[in-house]
Design a protein around this ligand. Structure first.
Ligand code: ATP
Ligand code: MG
Length: 499
């Protein structure tokens, strides 16, 4: 990166740490939050690329920052307002030549107070692009115009987390990434809670399967079975019924009278208090007759998802017709456990796939006070936590999407080596993202709070840059959801009411 020819826009005021400083904006210059700038490395004498992350207006007479001294030293004249703009910038890094190759260095020395700050843009940022390998172009950096692509190997091996408020653009990003990456050969299994992926991806040849196909009786856990009947496994009636369920679950399918089969199996384990336990069991089984009939119809084993992945590049498991979150959790857990056992058994040589988990807070909630817990997430929690920690090395990658990173287990998010952060407003979410990325919280809060739809902040290994970069996503597909805004639907409802 060259400095000569770059426009001087500011004067360094006070470095606050090795990678953060504030600078005074020179009169008539405009530098916005998010944009790039640079200073000359005092030791290496090469430019250090920086990004503006905050700014404020100060009256130099009131400011204790040494603003006045810096102004006088540089002969800067104040405008009529007698106020100056002070911007805060983070240093991103610099490039040095080592043995004929460009090597990236993290910030290691602050800028000198009073030194010049230059504007930087496309040409300067482009020099930091590190390509190579199979890359999928997903958008561009709106502050430099440089295209942003993701590295396929890093995504498959290291897992990607995608965060953002509702409507900020997570699903649209994921959907388009699937389209671009599958065209290059990548394979995906999408756990689609709302049926948004099926319609657009079907056009591209995806196999869309209703989640009911993945329900199997082997996924129903005996303890949750008895508790759904209102019994407790810690008491005798609950315990004998749980044992009876474990022993007869496959027989239930063939039985004409599944209720009686369960009842007699359970009673065969009771020697004392027979009358009381018989009454408890009868009452519970009668209350749950339709549930048991439904269970008795389930197949023994779900379809072999590995064989499906070998034949289809994209498989969408549409969960939208299943209302019960317990079933979403069981299906997710069963698919993930099966992929894990096959991937490990074949040492990752048989197949490579990425699993897309929408609304990860339902499957792997953070087990902490105040975090909502839906359904019965123990099993899906441990399936996900263990899969993310082991499977990267076996060519099974994960995309973890959530509106609320604070509600998703840190054990899951901290396994992701790439993070795409769309708009997030809540402090607890900034905390969580900061803790799993190591990126300072105050900068995350400042940079992602006001992001517009479809612009994310990309941090991590799959990025083509060694520092975080903004990403305005490229999109040709849209998730299948309401295409009319609420105001239009409300108007339509009103006219229907009137007629
Ligand atoms: N067919 C479409 N054409 C243009 N824009 C669309 C279309 N469908 C959705 N959008 C816009 O894309 C934006 C992001 O939607 P998206 O569903 O990707 O967000 P999200 O982060 O996944 O939200 P949620 O958390 O609610 O699932 C919304 O602002 C929406 O208005
Ligand atoms: Mg979404």
């Amino acid at each position: 990166m060259r400095v000569c020819g770059l426009e001087e826009v500011g004067v360094v005021l006070s470095p606050t740490s090795v990678d953060e400083f504030s600078f005074l904006l020179l009169e008539g210059k405009r530098v916005a939050k998010g944009s790039y700038c640079a200073y000359l490395h005092p030791l290496a004498e090469v430019p250090v690329l920086c990004r503006v992350f905050d700014g404020s207006t100060v009256n130099p007479e009131m400011a204790p920052l040494g603003v006045g001294v810096a102004l006088a030293k540089r002969g800067v004249k104040l405008g009529r307002e007698q106020e100056v703009v002070v911007m805060k910038a983070e240093s991103l890094g610099y490039l040095v030549e080592e043995g004929g190759v460009k090597v990236f260095k993290r910030p290691d020395f602050p800028p000198l107070t009073g030194g010049p700050v230059y504007a930087a843009s496309e040409v300067e940022v482009k020099e930091f692009w590190r390509g190579g390998g199979l890359m999928v172009e997903v958008g561009r950096d709106p502050y430099s115009g440089v295209p942003v692509a993701l590295d396929v190997d890093s995504m498959f091996k290291g897992h990607v987390a995608v965060y953002g408020q509702t409507r900020s653009g997570k699903t649209t990003f994921m959907l388009n990434l699937i389209a671009y990456a599958s065209a290059l050969g990548a394979r995906f299994i999408v756990l689609d809670r709302y049926g948004e992926y099926g319609p657009p991806l079907k056009q591209l040849g995806a196999l869309v399967l209703d989640a009911s196909m993945f329900k199997s009786i082997s996924d129903v856990d005996a303890s949750s079975f008895v508790s759904s009947l209102g019994l407790d496994r810690r008491r005798k009636a609950g315990e004998v019924l749980a044992q009876a369920f474990e022993e007869t679950r496959y027989e239930l399918r063939r039985s004409e009278r599944p209720l009686e089969l369960l009842y007699s199996k359970a009673m065969s384990k009771v020697s004392r208090d027979q009358a009381r336990i018989a009454a408890e069991l009868k009452a519970a089984l009668n209350r749950a007759s339709s549930l048991i009939e439904e269970l008795a119809k389930l197949p023994e084993e779900p379809p072999d998802v590995v064989e499906l992945v070998k034949k289809h590049k994209v498989i969408v498991v549409d969960l939208s017709r299943e209302r019960r979150v317990e079933w979403h959790q069981r299906i997710a857990s069963s698919i993930i456990d099966y992929l894990a056992s096959r991937a490990v058994a074949t040492r990752g040589e048989e197949f490579a796939v990425s699993v897309v988990v929408e609304e990860a807070q339902f499957y792997a909630p953070e087990m902490a006070p105040g975090v909502p817990k839906y359904g019965d997430p123990e099993k899906s929690w441990s399936s996900l936590v263990s899969a993310l920690s082991q499977l990267g090395g076996f060519n099974v990658g994960f995309f973890i999407l959530t509106q609320r990173p604070a509600y998703v287990a840190k054990a899951v998010l901290s396994q992701c080596n790439t993070h795409v952060v769309f708009r997030l407003m809540a402090g607890a979410d900034h905390d969580q993202v900061s803790s799993v990325t190591g990126y300072p919280r105050h900068r995350i809060a400042s940079l992602v709070s006001g992001l517009r739809d479809h612009v994310g902040f990309l941090i991590g290994m799959a990025s083509p840059f060694d520092f975080p970069v903004f990403l305005e996503t490229k999109r040709s597909l849209h998730p299948a959801k309401a295409s009319s805004p609420p105001s239009e639907v409300l108007k339509r409802m009103m006219s229907l009411e009137a007629s």
